[in-house]
Each structure stands twice: as structure tokens, then as C-alpha cells.
Design a protein around this ligand. Structure first.
Ligand code: PLP
Length: 429
């Protein structure tokens, strides 16, 4: 089915689609593909799911959050329950400034931080503030599908650069930026996830970071650096951020409490130069995010809980990652390759030539294991034009295993089932 034919139709049986805006049609529906739960017949054992990039429930600090919320409600009742302003609670922004200055020397000031409805809300705010329809945004060829949807809502024009184990390819970026400039459509923005990228797990190498900064500065391309997973490193810290290397010039950094605390808080942030921050705050239409949540998190930050919790998470997810890698080596080696994750929540597999991705999807369903097909994250071409085509199993030779949310005692069995599915799919070539 050609993309032009599906535009304007009702891809998911949603009612009222004839009134949808062009933006809504372009963005399509949220993910409802394999592993979302929509395709598991009632009464069957649920599969072991390597789908959701969620924190492990075992490390969600429910007790500490309960106490923090109670304390804030008791002592800061009025400010916690009134509107809090678009930029957010100064004490939490102050903590962020100190915290990130200590991590990578980024110029620290609370005035440069804005609190948002997750990193997703930060990106939406940036898109509202800087993108017009038709502007060109460059993203990694595989990128977080939620971010791609946000960008698609602002502009239909997305271009991609390849990504390997050292992050996005700077030579390909140089070529693309030159070509776009020569065509009179210079890239307005680069959206990149340089540390433990979702979905590939890649981290942008230090020398590539310098090149990316130079290229974007030369072309006047604004960099949006998504550091959702940066603090979840295993063993070695990632190189300094693009934001820190540039002293904040030409780079907006976004981050989140979703991976280091809890996604249900819906609390993220944006760090940018003063004039950019002013523009971002001025463009907000949501009256800010919850002051109650901001103050409870500020309490967990101020009391030192977060500083102790984050290193514990590193150990926790490093152990899960090692568990998955052992399983892959034992069960999947003949049928796929992968890179050992250096941090984050994901392992990215590339199927051996000749293994049919559709046969794998079918075999995995029968074996009782789920993953997300690489085509869900393919940001360019037809896929970028509408999300409708992205959510099926597709024909991508890649797949993403999110290990963060799988209980420890299910990881081995889940990877064993994946190996069995791979063996069956390889046999059907
Ligand atoms: C790279 C990346 N950015 C942003 C987000 C969204 O995070 P938040 O919950 O802060 O909106 C995610 C969530 O999975 C992500 O993987």
C-alpha cells in the first residue's frame, strides 16, 4: 500500500478520522504492535516481553516517594497545590544545575533549566518553539519512535544519518548537511541520543562529538541532545555531553527522571542557553508541570536519596545486561550479532543474512517471547512519512531487546525462547 493511499485513512479503526489534522494523520497512532498486549489472545500465558523500555518495578522507590509526597503536602501545602509557573520549582532546577555540572562540567545555573512533562514534553516544547512545517530535522536512522512522532507532528521533513557502534556517522552527517544546504533547505535541527541510544545502545565516540559540533555550528543547525539514559552507565562513564563541550552554545540538552526514578512522575527537563530557555518558557501552553511532583522529587534530591539511588541502578541494570548477553551467547550466537550494551536499557540485534524477520516474528509468538522489530525505529523514508507502516513486524533485519523491565528469573528463559525462535526462522530460509 503506498503511503499516499494510507494518508487520511483510518489506520487503526479510530473513530472520527475524517476530521483529523494533517499533523495527526502524519503522526498516526501510538505503538500497538507486538508486545503491546494487543495481540495476546485472552487465556494464553503472557509471553516473556523484551518490549517495554521501562524501569524494573523492583527498583521503583515507592516507599521513599510516599514519604516525600506526604512531607511536601504537609509542609508546602499551598505552593505544592497551586500553579507553579512554566519554568518549574527553583530548588529542583538548582539541584539539576549542581548535579550536571558535577557530571560533565556543563555550565551550571538553575536559570538554564526548565522542568517539563518528561523528556517527551521537553522535545515537544522545543519543536513548538523552533520548528515550522517543512523545516528539515536530521535524526539517527534508528531512533526513539516517540521522539520521531513528536518531530513528525511539527514537520513532515525528516532526514536520517546511519548509526554504528560509535554513534552517528559524522562523514554521512557532513554529506547530508552539505547536500541540504546546496538544495536551499539547510537542516534546522539535529535530534540525537548520544549516550546508550534508544534503540541501538550506541554511544557517540568523543572524537565524533567534536566533529558533530563543528559541522552543526558551520551549518547553523541546532542540536537537541537527548540524555535520557546517560546516567545509567555500566562500568565506564560516557564522554562529556555535546552540551558541555559547546558550553551550551547551539545545543539544547533534554533529560528525564523517568529512568532514574519513575516514568509515572512525568518529570523531565531541558537545559539551554539563557535566550533559548526564555523562548522555550515563553512558548509553553501547559501552565507548567505538577508543583507537587516537582517538590517531592526536589526533596528526594535534597536529602541525598537520588545520589545514592542512581549508582544502585547502574549496578542493577548492568547485572541484567550481563545476564542477557550471557543468554545471547549461549542461545542466539549462530543466528544474530549484537554489541554488549555499555549502559541503558536495550540490546540491539542484527539477524544473520537469510533469517526471515517475518518468520521470526511468527516463531517468537509461538515460543512465547516478544521484542520490538527494528522497523518500528526506522525514522526515514516511507516510515518517517507516517507511523502507520512502522508498527508491524516488517522486514527489518534488526530487533531491540529491552531488558530493563524483565524479571531476573525470566531473562534466561526469555533469551532461550528467542534462540529457539531464531533457529526455527533460520531453518525456513
Ligand atoms: C531516548 C528517549 N527519550 C525520551 C524518552 C521519553 O522519556 P520521558 O518519560 O521522560 O518522556 C524515552 C522513553 O523511552 C527515550 O527512550
Amino acid at each position: 500500500v503506498a503511503v499516499s493511499e494510507v494518508r487520511g485513512q483510518d489506520p487503526d479503526g479510530r473513530p472520527g478520522t475524517e476530521r483529523l489534522s494533517q499533523r495527526a494523520r502524519r503522526v498516526g497512532a501510538a505503538y500497538a504492535g507486538p508486545g503491546s498486549g494487543a495481540d495476546v489472545p485472552a487465556g494464553e500465558d503472557p509471553p516473556i516481553g523484551f518490549v517495554a523500555g521501562l524501569p524494573d518495578p523492583a527498583v521503583l522507590p515507592a516507599g521513599e516517594l510516599t514519604a516525600a509526597f506526604a512531607k511536601v503536602l504537609a509542609t508546602d501545602t499551598d505552593p505544592a497545590l497551586q500553579y507553579g509557573g512554566a519554568q518549574g520549582h527553583p530548588a529542583l532546577r538548582e539541584w539539576l544545575a549542581v548535579h550536571w555540572a558535577a557530571i560533565d562540567g556543563a555550565p551550571g545555573s538553575a536559570a538554564r533549566f526548565t522542568l517539563t512533562n518528561g523528556a517527551a514534553g521537553a522535545l515537544a516544547n522545543i519543536a513548538d518553539t523552533f520548528l515550522d512545517p517543512g523545516d528539515v530535522v536530521v535524526v539517527e536512522e534508528f531512533s526513539f519512535s516517540g521522539s520521531v512522532r513528536t518531530l513528525l507532528q511539527a514537520t513532515p521533513r525528516i532526514e536520517t544519518v546511519p548509526v554504528d557502534r560509535d554513534g552517528l556517522d559524522p562523514d554521512a552527517l557532513a554529506d547530508l548537511l552539505d547536500r541540504l544546504a546546496a538544495a536551499g533547505t539547510p537542516a534546522k535541527m539535529l535530534y540525537t541520543i548520544p549516550a546508550y541510544q534508544n534503540p541501538t545502545g550506541a554511544t557517540l565516540a568523543a572524537d565524533r562529538r567534536r566533529t558533530v559540533l563543528d559541522l552543526c555550528a558551520r551549518h547553523g543547525t541546532l542540536i537537541v541532545e537527548d540524555e535520557a539514559y546517560r546516567e545509567v552507565w555500566f562500568g565506564t562513564e560516557p564522554p562529556p555531553s555535546l552540551y558541555a563541550m559547546a558550553g551550551g552554545a547551539g545545543v539544547i540538552r533534554i533529560g528525564t527522571f523517568s529512568k532514574i526514578l519513575a516514568p509515572g512522575l512525568r518529570l523531565g527537563w531541558c537545559q539551554a542557553a539563557d535566550d533559548v530557555t526564555g523562548a522555550l518558557v515563553a512558548t509553553r501552553t501547559d501552565m507548567g508541570t505538577s508543583p507537587l511532583v516537582q517538590r517531592a522529587v526536589a526533596r528526594l534530591a535534597r536529602t541525598g536519596f537520588l545520589d545514592a539511588h542512581i549508582p544502585r541502578l547502574r549496578g542493577h541494570y548492568a547485572a541484567k545486561s550481563a545476564h542477557v548477553v550471557r543468554g545471547l551467547a549461549a542461545h542466539c550466537a549462530p543466528y544474530a550479532t549484537w554489541q554488549e550494551p555499555g549502559g541503558g536499557f536495550f540490546a540491539w540485534l542484527t539477524l544473520a543474512a537469510g533469517t526471515d524477520p517475518l518468520a521470526l516474528a511468527e516463531a517468537a509468538r509461538e515460543e512465547g517471547v516478544t521484542y520490538v522489530s527494528g522497523n518500528v525505529f526506522a525514522a526515514g523514508g516511507d516510515a518517517g512519512a507516517t507511523s502507520f507502516r512502522r508498527w508491524g513486524p516488517g522486514d527489518s533485519p534488526h530487533l531491540r531487546l529491552a531488558f530493563s523491565h524483565v524479571p531476573d528469573d525470566e531473562i534466561s528463559e526469555g533469551v532461550r525462547r528467542l534462540g529457539a525462535a531464531l533457529a526455527r526462522a533460520a531453518g525456513q530460509r
